[in-house]
Ligand binder design. Structure first.
Ligand SMILES: [Zn+2]
Length: 66
């Protein structure tokens, strides 16, 4: 399935400021569509900070799932 061609013009690449490290990061239209389709709001953190948080959350949930 390749429905990338139906990306809404509402989803344009944006440059946002990370809430954690204050670095600029790019949120592409495809990423916005990804979050929109899952009913999520756009991320407020850069990829590095999001990965760091996900890593922490995973660890805190008692990871026997390695
Ligand atoms: Zn960050």
């Amino acid at each position: 399935m390749d429905d990338n061609s139906v990306i809404s013009p509402n989803f344009r690449t944006q440059v946002l400021v990370c809430r954690d490290c204050k670095a600029d990061f790019v949120l592409t239209g495809q990423e916005q569509l990804f979050y929109f389709r899952r009913g999520l709001t756009n991320p407020v953190r850069c990829k590095e900070c999001r990965q760091a948080r996900r890593f922490q959350i995973t660890n805190n949930q008692g990871g026997d799932l390695k």
